[in-house]
Design a protein around this ligand. Structure first.
Ligand code: SF4
Length: 441
């Protein structure tokens, strides 16, 4: 049997800090970790610090130093954790720092640097954790926060700058999910293509190998795990080209969710969108050359302050030329605290409504024509639901993400279960969905 990963715990400070330590230990114990009494026997050391008085700060800093010298892998939590700058200045090599009462953050930092080894005989919680999605697909969050500053968005103000998880932690989680029956991983973050920038693409050890925290490397490693891997919230940076090659090879699903929000250079500039280049259309064409099966899903905002009729017409033409397979649309709404609220050129409601309707019509046409190209093809679909009374299965193709895209309605679906991946032949389409029959062998 694989040995449980061992944690050393140094608990300083008041009884409240001790209670925190106990709660952290209880959670980690329930997840299969064990504890070591000495530094040498531990795979990682947690130092729960106190920062009340200067003398306590000093004691905490010394305890961190000792743990680093004796073991080398240290996660800091507790009251001194709020002074991250001070800790990093004195001990730049600590792996992670969290503040007081942040149990989930400490536990997730431990997962990232020392993934749990699941053991179905002793674990109290399912290997996959508690999920709110059906058993056959799961969201995989690779980072938190965002380094961009789009003028209509307050996420960076709320969640802060980009903080990427080490690749080993993500891959360990993905593996656990797949072992527990997940067949499709939906990779999410605020800016997936920026993954790893904040940690300078640092490597972490996964299955004895060093894996870089880089978009391409992570996508490839995830693809190698054998599940469907779907990438959300990607921006059209040049380095995305390489990932399209993984799609062409079949390692990653031929699907990109890119929230373009607009196409007109004036509006994009005013929105301060990332990867906002006039060459995006060329980039998309290149991607389709590399991977002709690529589906692009996107969102657009109409009625952004200052959007002129020309800007809007530009967007409609662009959407057709780029053949955006799946397009969602929002009418602009001011968000409290967003810089866009200061912009002039408010678009009247009736104009906004009209533009919304026009964009949805164009998007529907594009979607219809893109889907019509699939009729006659034999494809794999994943089953989300079955309707035994109608002998029908509601499934999705590799081109459809759950909840937001279309479906594949499979008739004559005998002996098909939720979560199955089955091969079907597409018989027809409408604006959003495909219709199919099980493929005959
Ligand atoms: S990319 Fe822009 S819209 Fe998305 S979270 Fe970052 S700042 Fe907000």
């Amino acid at each position: 049997m694989t040995q449980a990963p061992k944690i050393g715990l140094v608990s300083l400070g008041c009884p409240k800090a001790l209670v925190d330590s106990e709660r952290i230990m209880t959670t980690l114990r329930a997840q299969g970790y064990s504890f070591s009494r000495d530094y040498a026997g531990a795979d990682i050391v947690l130092v729960n610090t106190c920062g009340f008085l200067d003398s306590a700060k000093q004691e905490s800093l010394e305890a961190i130093g000792e743990a680093l010298n004796e073991n080398g892998k240290v996660i800091v939590t507790g009251c001194l954790g709020v002074e991250e700058g001070l800790i990093r200045e004195t001990h730049p090599s600590v792996l992670a720092i969290t503040g007081p009462h942040q149990y989930e953050d400490v536990v997730s930092a431990v997962h990232d640097h020392l993934p749990p080894v699941p053991n179905k005989f002793v674990d109290l919680v399912p290997e996959s954790g508690l999920k709110l999605t059906p058993r056959h697909y799961a969201y995989l969050k690779i980072s938190e926060g965002c380094n961009n500053r789009c003028s209509f968005c307050i996420i960076p103000q709320i969640r802060g700058d980009l903080v990427s998880r080490p690749a080993a932690g993500i891959l360990g989680e993905a593996e656990g999910l797949i072992r527990s029956g997940v067949k499709e991983l939906l990779v999410i973050s605020q800016d997936t293509s920026a993954y790893g920038v904040d940690i300078k693409y640092a490597s972490s050890k996964y299955r004895g190998r060093e894996v870089k925290a880089k978009f391409y490397d992570l996508a490839k490693e995830l693809g190698d795990l054998g599940a469907w891997v779907r990438l959300h919230y990607v921006y059209p940076y040049p380095h995305v080209d390489q990932v399209i090659e993984l799609m062409a090879e079949g390692l990653v699903l031929p699907y990109l969710d890119i929230p373009f929000q607009h196409a007109s250079p004036n509006v994009l500039k005013s929105m301060r969108r990332p990867a906002n280049q006039e060459k995006t259309l060329d980039r998309i064409k290149k991607w389709r050359d590399i991977c002709p099966d690529l589906t692009i899903r996107s969102n657009f905002i109409v009625g952004y302050p200052g959007e002129t009729e020309e800007d809007f017409e530009f967007l409609l033409d662009w959407l057709e030329e780029a053949e955006i397979d799946r397009a969602g649309c929002f009418k602009y709404e001011p968000v409290t605290g967003a810089p866009a609220n200061e912009l002039a050129g408010i678009v009247p409601d009736e104009v906004m409504d009209e533009r919304f309707a026009q964009l949805m019509e164009v998007a529907q046409n594009v979607s219809y024509h893109q889907l019509a190209k699939k009729v006659g093809r034999t494809i794999e679909v994943i089953v989300d639901d079955v309707q035994p009374e109608a002998n029908r299965a509601i499934a999705r193709s590799k081109w459809d993400a759950p909840e937001i895209d279309g479906q594949v309605i499979v008739d004559n679906a005998t002996n098909i279960k939720i979560g199955d991946i089955v091969t079907v032949t597409v018989t027809d389409n409408d604006e959003y969905d495909l219709f199919a029959e099980p493929a005959t062998h």
